[in-house]
Design a protein around this ligand. Structure first.
Ligand code: TXA
Ligand code: MG
Length: 333
């Protein structure tokens, strides 16, 4: 038995909002990936998210709000936060900010930290749902912990269908990668997770050079974002990066032209059967590649494939976030 899947409409939003108000779980579309939403002010509802995802309790969640004004009810917005909100909200940017002393967000959403992660999604369906529910919505990606994030309602139904009350469906996600997470709670802003908004865009907005935190570069210091250290976004079969050919049994995740891509045992990659090849973007467009990434990794994640060979993707702009997810999928963080 699976849960209710309702296409985005006024009526579906009302139904989803009542499920949330009663403490239930709804998978909601956002522009990045589908989120598993619960009332962020209800401890019992938030606990259900961890249970459904099989997620370690120490990993804090993002609370989704409808506007920067609503964010200010829960966290302190510094000048920098206000500037970023003005430029990038609604959109794929999550800010880590200090919580107000009387912050109504469940302690479970912040896993004991003095900060909360907050964002205003740009998806119309998500915004309508947040407004109809009248509360901030805690929502991690709607998948079992450690597996690929869902970018279509079908992905959600496959992995969580039996554990949640409803899926609000609104097609495929336009960005396809999780939001950029920036920590604004310390002296200098630092990007904890590369995503839909690039480090260049943020640096330009703030008039300063903002860098991406790499967990392996800091020796003793504890990870600032616990979720980032886990092998994450992982298919069930091995992922091999920067492949220049395809081994016997492997599937190919291509980027750009495959004219010069060969098979290890001889022959051209273009001769692979349809089931063993996907191209993130034939024209080498990074936005298109990001939007296709998780769906195509899933499609190639078949037990009769020995692994996924991934072609090189330029490490610039959105390519930085794509390569981050691919490194995690390969276990080579
Ligand atoms: O695009 C997205 O951000 C999606 C959609 C549904 O909005 N959500 C998402 O949530 O990816 P989640 O829970 O899978 O990722 C949240 C990330 C995790 O890496 C978590 O460790 C980090 O944000 N995080 C949350 N609160 C934090 C905090 N207070 N301090 C540091 N990191 C935090
Ligand atoms: Mg996730």
């Amino acid at each position: 038995m699976t849960c209710n899947i309702l296409a985005y409409s006024k009526d579906a939003v009302q139904r989803a909002a009542s499920v949330l108000k009663e403490g239930g779980l709804v998978a909601m579309p956002t522009e990045t990936v589908y989120g598993l939403a619960a009332d962020a002010t209800n401890d019992g509802a938030v606990a259900k998210i961890f249970e459904a995802k099989g997620r370690p309790q120490f990993n804090p969640l993002i609370s989704h709000v409808a506007s920067a004004a609503q964010a200010q009810d829960f966290v302190e917005m510094s000048d920098m936060a206000r500037e970023l909100a003005a430029q990038f909200w609604p959109g794929p940017l999550t800010m880590i900010l200090p919580r107000h002393a009387d912050c109504a967000l469940s302690e479970l959403t912040c896993a004991g930290l003095p900060t909360s992660a907050i964002r205003v999604p740009s998806s119309k369906a998500a915004l309508a749902l947040i407004k109809a529910a009248g509360v901030p919505l805690a929502a991690p990606s709607a998948n079992i912990s450690g597996t690929l994030s869902p970018t279509t309602p079908a992905h959600v139904a496959e992995s969580l269908g039996e554990k949640i009350d409803m899926i609000l469906a609104d097609g495929a996600c336009s960005v396809g990668l999780e939001s950029t997470v920036i920590d604004l709670s310390g002296d200098t802003p630092i990007i904890l997770r590369p995503g839909g908004i690039t480090a260049e865009q943020i640096s330009e907005a703030l008039g300063m050079n903002v860098t991406i935190h790499h967990p392996d570069e800091t020796d003793e210091s504890a990870p600032k974002s616990p979720g980032l250290l886990l092998k994450h976004y992982a298919p069930n079969i091995p992922v091999r990066l920067n492949a220049i050919d395809v081994a016997e049994g492997e599937a190919l995740l291509a980027f750009g032209s495959i004219k010069f891509m060969g098979l290890k045992q001889g022959g051209a990659a273009s001769s692979l059967p349809e089931s063993r090849i996907r191209n993130l973007s034939e024209n080498g467009d990074l936005h298109e590649a990001a939007a296709n990434l998780f769906r195509m990794m899933r499609e190639l994640d078949q037990p009769d494939h020995s692994g996924i060979a991934v072609m090189n993707i330029p490490d610039q702009e959105l390519g930085i976030a794509i390569n981050d997810r691919l490194r995690r999928a390969s276990g080579a963080v």
